[in-house]
Write a protein that binds this ligand. Structure first.
Ligand code: TYM
Length: 326
């Protein structure tokens, strides 16, 4: 059985991009593979956070993931900082990746150049080394992610291959798994940029948004001045985004769905309805889980123990091969 690993940061609200790009695949894959999912709180520290807000978002995100359908009996669900092998292996990764490679990461360039970013932490720069540690610690075969994480999985493969060639066979070289529809959900107001946790407002659909507000956001989604419904990301980014969201939410294909519409209005209405149908039960389950944070913490602790039992062995192998005393 293949081993699956993926992670998500507890920063900002969980949005439709996360869901369609990654989390729905996580739910599916937990039934097919040996799956491990992680709330990566150490990664969230790369940008300045309020301590209480970070703790609260970590628990909330875990509850949302369970509400979406992750079952702690079917997969391992845990919080990164509760498994100390992650930062330990990250150092070995930092010594295996070069300054030049890290400098080429688009996520670093975007985040460090963002308006208002006055303090660029060293952690933001070495972030992909920690991400490589996350993945390689579990002998991971498959990494379900959205399109924006492609480069980070690619550098993880490079690090694994380099380590294996320098120190002998140590790590499994993983592959990304990117969904056909919804891999890159764009902002509804600015369809040329991706929907993101840092952009609040009318262009972002959050999983916990009021359902009426979601309907409005889709109604006001930016399209273009033509009227033809066609899947063409370059020429028609707004309409193509709606088609991708509809396809991601219903399991269809964006280009085929386009044939069913002649006007933008019905496309917007159907996309809103499909998203609401997806989110309504999630919101209900979330409400129940939110009432008992102690139970979530207990489940996460159990998850961390299971994760650590695997990570321990792989870290020992990596230390042995690189010449550290055991
Ligand atoms: P993060 O927390 O930004 O996003 C979590 C997942 O959501 C996907 N995603 C999207 N997919 C489609 N459209 C969008 N607009 C969109 N926005 C986000 C992301 O691709 C991701 O799969 N570095 C990672 C977290 C991480 C990780 C890992 C992932 C840390 N260690 C190990 C995989 C394996 C990140 O910041 O994701």
């Amino acid at each position: 059985m293949a081993r699956v690993f993926s992670g998500i940061q507890p920063s900002g609200d969980l949005h439709l991009g996360n869901l369609l790009g990654a989390n729905l695949n996580w739910v599916k894959m937990q039934h097919e593979h040996d799956s491990i999912y992680c709330v990566v709180d150490l990664h969230a520290l790369t940008l300045l956070k309020d301590p209480e807000a970070l703790r609260a978002s970590t628990i909330q995100l875990a509850q949302l993931l369970i509400a979406i359908g992750l079952d702690p009996e079917q997969c391992i669900l845990f919080v990164q900082s509760q498994v100390p092998q992650h930062p330990q292996l990250a150092w070995l990764m930092e010594c295996t990746v070069s300054y030049g490679e890290l400098s080429r990461m688009t996520a670093f360039k975007d985040k460090s150049n963002r308006d208002g970013t006055k303090f660029v932490s060293a952690g933001l720069f070495t972030y992909p080394a920690l991400q490589a540690a996350d993945i390689l610690l579990y002998d991971t075969d498959l990494v379900p992610v959205g399109d924006d994480q492609r480069q980070h999985v690619e550098i993880t493969r490079d690090i694994a291959e380099r380590y294996n060639s320098r120190y002998g066979d140590t790590f499994v070289v993983p592959q990304h798994v990117i969904p056909e529809a919804g891999a890159r959900v764009m902002d509804l107001q600015h369809p040329e940029r991706k929907m993101s946790k840092s952009e609040e407002g009318a262009g972002t659909v959050n999983v916990l948004d009021d359902l009426k507000a979601i309907e409005k956001k889709f109604k006001r989604a930016v399209t273009d001045s033509e009227s033809e419904v066609r899947f063409d990301i370059e020429a028609k980014p707004g309409v193509s985004n709606l088609l991708s969201i509809l396809a991601g939410a219903t399991g269809g294909d964006p280009a085929t769905l386009a044939d069913q519409y002649e006007q933008y209005g019905p496309l917007k209405a159907d996309t809103a309805a499909a998203v609401i149908a997806l989110l309504e039960p999630i919101q209900q389950r979330y409400k129940e889980l939110a009432a008992d944070p102690a139970e979530t913490e207990r489940l996460l602790r159990l998850g961390a123990d299971k994760a650590e039992a695997i990570a321990e062995g792989v870290l020992a192998r990596a230390k042995q091969n690189i010449g550290l005393l055991s």
